[in-house]
Design a protein around this ligand. Structure first.
Ligand SMILES: [Fe+2]
Length: 314
């Protein structure tokens, strides 16, 4: 029997016997800081007059699913936690501090406070190494969490009452070729799935990335002036719609085929690997992806999308 399909029985630290853990749901959870800025949560030190509501409403629907799924942990892969040597898993029980977006410091100055599933982090590192990947635990207690991780996690669960596990984006494989980088993410996904099974938890995965990523370089005043917001080009919009259709229909063969060109022509942020990691961890399921909403932020294309593996909409 293949290793990944083995049924695990796992003894927790409390001595309780738990059944094999599983991935109960997954999301494409884009992270423009504008969405947190538009929402005005108490953790963000800057105020707005709203904006980007269509995407924020999409996230409200995603939140409802997460409340229903009641996961034990949310794992998030963020392109803005870049690591050069290997894939890093956060392994500090509690991380708190202020995170400022280096590109949009006037929009995002967020006081974060998160509980981390460090046992799962350790298992992920172990399983990733078993796949032949370079993987490490991040143990710096004063680590300043990147805005990509925080924005996706806040928008999926603003109550912050579910432990999390942030995962870094290892950039160096892309120095060889995009295909090498994406191939590593397939392995990282398989490793993550096994770690979740061994840990015995109900897990939700979040790929924190935008789709098409060409954007405007001048910001309106105020930034939330929605009369100025639209997709950067018609070609970029058409690419996004094509990709979303493949994701909806679980057409994984077609997706793999066009992904290199999509990444090249639209500078798509999925290049950082989160999407491939998430799909691989789920085993490329023949489950229909549900679109909660699509919208643009300074011209980039963003979709909030869900795979509910419990409901399994075939
Ligand atoms: Fe980004």
């Amino acid at each position: 029997m293949p290793y990944r399909e083995q049924f695990y029985l796992h003894l927790t630290e409390q001595g309780r016997i738990m059944q094999s853990g599983k991935i109960v749901g997954a999301f494409i959870a884009p992270h423009p800081p504008h969405l947190v800025y538009g929402e005005n949560p108490p953790q963000n030190r800057v105020r707005s007059q709203g904006g980007w509501e269509t995407l924020r409403w999409a996230y409200e629907r995603a939140r409802a699913t997460i409340k229903r799924l009641k996961p034990d942990v949310i794992l998030v892969h963020s392109p803005h936690w870049m690591t050069i040597v290997g894939h890093h898993f956060t392994c500090v029980p509690r991380l708190a501090g202020r995170s400022v977006d280096p590109i949009f410091p006037h929009l995002f100055q967020y006081d974060f406070d998160m509980q981390v599933d460090t046992k799962l982090a350790e298992l992920c590192v172990e399983e990733a190494q078993r796949e032949g990947l370079t993987a490490k635990r991040m143990t710096n207690p004063k680590f300043r969490v990147d805005y990509g991780t925080i924005v996706s996690l806040h928008l999926l669960n603003p109550d912050w009452d579910i432990p999390v596990l942030p995962v870094s984006a290892n950039n160096s494989p892309y120095a060889f070729a995009d295909s090498i980088g994406q191939g590593e993410m397939l392995k990282l996904g398989a490793a993550t799935r096994r770690a979740i099974e061994r840990r015995g938890v109900r897990a939700v995965l979040a790929a924190s990335n935008t789709l098409s990523h060409l954007h405007f370089s001048v910001e309106p005043d105020p930034p939330e002036d929605m009369s100025q917001e639209h997709i950067q080009s018609d070609a970029q919009y058409k690419w996004d719609m094509r990709i979303i259709k493949m994701l909806q229909e679980a057409d994984w063969e077609a997706l793999q085929e066009v992904l290199p060109r999509y990444m090249e022509e639209t500078f798509a942020e999925v290049k950082s690997g989160g999407l491939m990691w998430m799909l691989s961890a789920m085993g490329f399921p023949k489950v229909r992806g549900e679109v909660h909403g699509y919208g643009t932020v300074i011209g980039t294309g963003n979709v909030v999308m869900e795979w509910d593996l419990e409901r399994g909409q075939a």
